[in-house]
Design a protein around this ligand. Structure first.
Ligand code: GDP
Length: 454
């Protein structure tokens, strides 16, 4: 890696401190051109894992006071020489120090380039590198826990275990086929079959974990549906304010879909408050109603809201009919008002019925508890190795298909050559998964999603 790169690794906003990271062969030399230690000590004289207080200078002018931390290769995040400047966290001052570092010889780092170098230098495999980004973007406690666990190698260990078993079998099959005159023990079909079956069930368990991984990573797509005025927006606002942890907020018009991601501790709900579903002659409202129906069909969870203060209407019944087999909770709202309608039809249609008042918050805890139970959040063990993204799922599935072909070939009595081909194919997919054998294109695609400075 001939170039030395630099970027601001903290957020581009005013803060207590900002960290500028420099990585590459020349990192310490370049940093020395900008940094003057208070005790006149040069960074090139310092050991790894040590730091010095001083100033960053350009053309003899002091730009900021900062602390420089020195990491010596290979004991750094990237595996290269690294210097990190901790400056005062002003947007202007940090950018000014970074410019001085560029002027002293560093190149601007591309998105994800530090982590990419860590991968290329063998500090982490591709799965662990992906987990770095997932730690940063996690919006729930359990999500961070799962991503950290993957970063620490939980998933890689499982993948490598399957790979080792397959590699051993492929090596034995090849040796046995290529050197018949050598004293190599015969390949036993039963033993081979049992090893392949073991790998297959491990892979299948991993593929099954993808849904859990997705819930932790992306949250649960939850649609709030109901006829107009039952209290959908009030419920949305109540949930958004719960735990005071709104993550994002994208608002359309009242006739469109309003979306908000809400963190409920262990889990994130991606809430969509849809237009009240009803027959309407208003063309624009009809577009909202159609969108609402579409969104309803793609939801992972439905909160169907009814008004406790009035009788069920045909519009309510139409919504009940639409639910189908989407996991749903009936929310009978406005229970603070006196009139309670006949709820037998609702109880018939929904496995879960919550009585609440979105206006004063009564029943909200029960609703959240039920959401977590229905989505089986409590059953997800974030300490397990979870498949966490589509790349991982698709390669694990391809591996399993190849293992299935090997098992099938054994069953129908094909030659060991055919079995070997399928096993080797499975190994190739696993190597792509961990990044041991992967094209530059795939590597670029993975790191493309990263931010600059990571
Ligand atoms: P939406 O059209 O379904 O989104 O309904 P809104 O959330 O806009 O609420 C319609 C009306 O019902 C508003 O006046 C709310 O203040 C009121 N409302 C919503 N939830 C409750 C509740 O739990 N109790 C009472 N008494 N009024 C509520």
């Amino acid at each position: 890696m001939e170039t030395t790169i630099a970027a601001i690794s903290t957020a581009q906003a005013s803060a207590g401190i900002s960290v500028i990271r420099i990585s590459g062969d020349e990192a310490i030399t370049i940093a020395d051109r900008v940094f003057r230690g208070n005790n006149n000590k040069k960074l090139c004289e310092m050991k790894g894992y040590t730091c010095a207080l001083g100033g960053a200078y350009a053309d003899g002018e002091k730009l900021d006071e900062c602390i420089a931390t020195v990491f010596r290769e290979p004991h750094s995040y990237t595996g290269e020489n690294v210097v990190e400047f901790s400056c005062h966290g002003g947007v202007y001052v940090t950018a000014r120090v970074l410019r001085a570092i560029y002027d002293a010889g560093a190149q601007p780092a591309q998105a994800g380039e530090f982590t990419k170098r860590a991968f290329l230098n063998g500090k982490l495999d591709l799965i662990e590198a992906e987990a770095v980004m997932d730690i940063i973007s996690s919006r729930s406690k359990a999500g961070v826990r799962a991503a950290l666990n993957i970063k620490d190698g939980a998933l890689s260990k499982k993948i490598n275990n399957s790979k080792d078993i397959l590699l051993n079998k492929a090596a034995h099959l090849n040796a046995w086929a290529d050197y018949p005159e050598e004293d190599i023990p015969e390949v036993e079909s039963d033993e081979l079959l049992s090893a392949l079956s073991e790998v297959r069930s491990d892979l299948s368990r991993l593929i099954d974990s993808y849904d859990d991984g997705r819930i932790l990573r992306d949250g649960i797509d939850t649609v709030i549906a109901g006829k107009p005025n039952v209290g959908k927006s009030t419920l949305m606002n109540l949930l958004a304010g719960y735990d005071k942890s709104i993550v994002t907020s994208v608002a359309g018009t009242t006739r469109d879909i309003v979306e908000e991601s809400v963190s409920l501790g262990d889990i994130v709900l991606n809430l969509s408050d849809t237009a009240g579903i009803r027959e309407t002659g208003d063309e624009i409202e009809q577009i909202g109603v159609d969108k609402a129906k579409k969104r309803l069909n793609s939801a992972s969870l439905l909160l169907c809201v009814f008004d406790a203060s009035s009788e069920l209407t045909d519009e309510d019944l139409e919504i009940i009919d639409m639910v189908g087999d989407i996991p749903s909770i009936a929310v009978i709202n406005k229970c603070d008002l006196t009139k309670q309608p006949d709820d037998s039809k609702i109880k018939e249609a929904f496995g879960e019925v919550i009585y609440m008042s979105a206006k004063n918050g009564d029943g909200a805890d029960k609703l959240i508890e039920t959401v977590k139970r229905i989505c089986a959040v409590g059953n997800i063990n974030s300490a397990d190795a979870l498949i966490y993204n589509e790349r991982q799922r698709s390669l694990t599935k391809k591996t399993m298909d190849s293992v299935d072909e090997a098992i099938e070939a054994l069953h129908i009595g094909m030659t060991f050559d055919a079995v070997t081909v399928s096993i080797e194919e499975a190994v190739a997919y696993l190597c792509e998964l961990t990044g041991e054998r992967v094209t530059d294109e795939v590597v670029d695609k993975v790191f493309h999603t990263f931010c600059v400075g990571k």
